[in-house]
Design a protein around this ligand. Structure first.
Ligand SMILES: Nc1ncnc2c1ncn2[C@@H]1O[C@H](COP(=O)(O)OP(=O)(O)OP(=O)(O)O)[C@@H](O)[C@H]1O
Length: 702
């Protein structure tokens, strides 16, 4: 039975076709799986360079271009174009199998052949001037090993200038172009080979260059094989949600692998960790071993995961097998089942209780210090006695405490906890710790698998709850996160909370969100910072890259806030005038107050703008919010306002160095990470502004 594969570029173009043409495309291909290829009336193309390209009638004016195998039964839909354009497009192209990756490649052979003589002449002229060929330092053997085929190799040999290579992107086979581009930018063949690593599915040789079926199956990042009309309609219904069906091989591997225990996926911003987490949840639900929990640290992020899950889980049974909720919600649910509704302590009440505890026990530690010590050491390490506290490692707490001081802190903590007990008072943390205790004692766990997104921001008691929510079994815990994007104070070690991912970590490197220019500049923000990997080592963003090129971030300083916000309104209006929709624009500020000022300035200038509250961007208004609220969102155009020395780092968020040097350094790092998170929400354009002195974190400002 013939099968249909759809090219990802076509799907994007499908969205731009007129509705009646879209409907015809759906009708024509819906019949595909019960037709034979002859029944489909695939027409040969006279004078085609590659006889495997065929066309199919869509309506009076349009033709589809299909790649038909000579043997095998997978047909690939590549294009739908007006009649003459379709014939021209198909007539000039050839399909081949990349010898390094085994994946399918399509090139515009006619363009390669017609440009080549001109380049050759230029090369000959330059040789007389003794300027070198672009790849003179790379041997043919290396090029071949990296999958460069004879036609591309011959072409590469006449290139003398990187600009020529840029232009050739439009017609060379894409993977081979990337290889050449890597070499042209100074990478060694070994480095390029490593880059190809994820794409190399089997050991180099042995790919049959004629076996297109096998090549299609090896190309899930580019071609999706649809299983029947229902799946076909689902693909056509969401042409923009490419992540739904086309996964990078590394993403697919991370989503589908089987593990003997907990596993995780790491990677810089926009590399598709959330996408992998959702696919993982679907894969686990499909395996049917038991209920899956998908979770994260805020309700806003959980909402967007739930929306993603709805897109992915296409049957009611699958949706039922997967629960999406944030960890606090799970904690409160488990707690309520046993104790009923908790009486929660409000932050001012908590401060008062700490002051009283400090007074009664005669210690001079500040309420804020005691509260942090309780959260980060006593709760985080489950410290339940004075001796345990004396022995506890106080990771992340800089101020050294002698044993006499520790004894006084312990007394104050006991006093605070006594007040909680006697008043039956709880905090979110103690609710979570209690829920973890309840589940740890149960033999029957509520879930079989847990998938955690934005893992870097969860506290130790939350991890303990999640650990206790699933049995220790294969594929029990799956973690997605990036410690470079940690924006809250929790620094934990996965091992200490009973989660061992050793040997089961994967790293994603290709950024699908941001342009290379925005990503490169944002990475500079964190340059030189040592950031832990939650597993005893250091995390790295090395190799994180985007394959999309765009404009560099625009950095501008102003004399005062009024001028800065006036310029913001002008910029946003320019974006709107260039066809960007209001919902595709975001404005981020460090403080809620400045965000509100920015929103007011936009509304005052007649721009529809709304403060982010639930976290969801609205289609008809520019979204304005704090950098914390930006987490998990993305915008075509993003303005970061108030990137001043006074706002970033925010003095309120920084522990004075004199009080605690380690906490001070950690707080500074967190502020950097927050700015990094905000800037990496931009897809195409990023505009960063400040008044007076720029933030010391900004690369290239001032
Ligand atoms: N294979 C893919 N094909 C097309 N688009 C993709 C793919 N993977 C991810 N994306 C898109 O890239 C963007 C970033 O993906 P995602 O939010 O999963 O990344 P992330 O690593 O979780 O990001 P961050 O850590 O910055 O929050 C999204 O718009 C997503 O739809």
């Amino acid at each position: 039975m013939p099968k249909l594969a759809i090219d990802r570029d076509f799907l994007r173009e499908f969205a731009d076709l007129e509705k009646p043409v879209q409907e015809r495309v759906e009708e024509v291909f819906a019949k595909f799986d019960h037709a034979t290829h002859t029944g489909l009336h695939l027409e040969k193309i006279a004078h085609a360079r590659d006889r495997r390209f065929r066309t199919i009638r869509i309506d009076r004016f349009h033709r589809g271009v299909v790649l038909a195998p000579e043997s095998g039964d997978i047909y690939t839909l590549l294009k739908v174009l007006p009649h003459d354009d379709a014939y021209m497009w198909a007539g000039r192209r050839t399909a081949s199998v990349n010898s390094a990756t085994g994946r399918i490649e399509i090139r515009d052979s006619e363009a390669i052949e017609s440009v080549r003589p001109h380049l050759e002449q230029m090369a000959a002229a330059q040789q007389r001037e003794e300027s070198a060929a672009l790849f003179s330092g790379v041997s043919d053997a290396d090029l071949r090993r990296l999958g460069i085929d004879p036609q591309t190799l011959d072409f590469a040999r006449v290139l003398t200038d990187p600009v020529q290579l840029e232009t050739a992107k439009a017609f060379l086979p894409p993977t081979q172009w990337q290889v050449l581009y890597g070499l042209a930018t100074g990478m060694s063949p070994e480095e390029v080979w490593d880059e190809l690593g994820a794409a190399i599915t089997e050991d180099g040789d042995g790919f049959d260059p004629e076996d297109l079926d096998a090549a299609v199956r090896r190309s899930p990042d580019r071609l999706v094989l649809v299983e029947g009309p229902r799946e076909l309609m689902a693909v056509f219904a969401r042409p923009f949600d490419l992540w739904r069906v086309y996964l990078h091989p590394m993403q697919r591997e991370a989503a589908e692998a089987r593990h003997s225990g907990p596993a995780r996926v790491m990677g810089g911003p926009g590399t598709g960790k959330t996408v992998v987490a959702l696919h993982r949840a679907r894969a686990l639900a499909e395996r049917g071993a038991g209920p899956v929990l998908v979770t994260t640290f805020t309700s806003t992020l959980a909402e967007s995961l739930a929306a993603g899950m709805k897109v992915l889980a296409d049957t009611p049974e699958m949706l039922e097998a997967v629960t999406v909720e944030n960890v606090d919600r799970l904690a409160h649910r488990v707690f309520r089942e046993v104790h009923g509704q908790p009486r929660l302590l409000k932050p001012p009440q908590e401060r008062e209780l700490w002051s009283t505890a400090a007074e009664r026990t005669g210690t001079d530690f500040s309420p804020a210090f005691l509260a942090e010590e309780w959260r980060q050491v006593i709760l985080a390490k489950q410290t339940d006695s004075a001796d345990a506290y004396l022995a506890a490692k106080r990771t992340g707490r800089g101020r050294r405490l002698g044993s006499a001081q520790k004894a006084r802190v312990w007394q104050a903590v006991c006093e605070f906890q006594r007040e909680l007990r006697e008043g039956d008072l709880w905090t979110h943390e103690s609710v979570c710790a209690e829920a973890a205790r309840i589940l740890a004692e149960r033999d029957e766990k509520p879930y079989r698998h847990v998938v955690v997104d934005e893992a870097q921001d969860l506290s130790a008691e939350k991890w303990r709850l999640l650990r206790a929510a699933v049995p220790q079994a294969p594929d029990d815990v799956f973690i997605a996160g990036d410690t470079h994007q940690r924006i809250y104070a929790n620094r934990i070690s996965l091992r200490e909370v009973g989660i061992d991912v050793a040997g089961r970590s994967r790293r994603l490197r290709v950024n699908y969100r941001t342009t290379a220019q925005i990503l490169g500049w944002s990475l500079e923000l964190l340059h030189g910072e040592s950031i832990d990997d939650m597993d005893g080592g250091l995390e790295t963003l090395a190799g994180c890259r985007s394959e999309v090129s765009g404009l560099p971030p625009q950095l501008t300083g102003f004399a005062n806030r009024t001028a800065e916000l006036r310029a913001l309104a002008d910029t946003v209006q320019e974006w709107l005038a260039s066809d960007v929709l209001p919902g595709e624009i975001g404005v981020a500020a460090r403080s809620n107050r400045l965000a509100q000022e920015a929103a007011d300035a936009l509304v005052g200038a007649g721009v529809p703008a709304r403060m982010l509250s639930g976290g969801r961007a609205e289609e008809d208004a520019v979204s304005v919010g704090t950098m914390h609220r930006m987490k998990g969102l993305e915008f075509r155009c993003l303005a970061v306002v108030g990137a001043d020395a006074d706002q970033i780092p925010s003095a309120k968020a920084i522990t004075p160095e004199s009080e605690d040097a380690v906490a001070h350094a950690n707080d500074l790092q967190r502020e950097r990470c927050l700015l990094f998170v905000a800037c990496t929400r931009a897809r195409e354009l990023l505009n960063v502004t400040w008044q007076g002195e720029p933030s010391p974190f900004l690369p290239g400002a001032g």
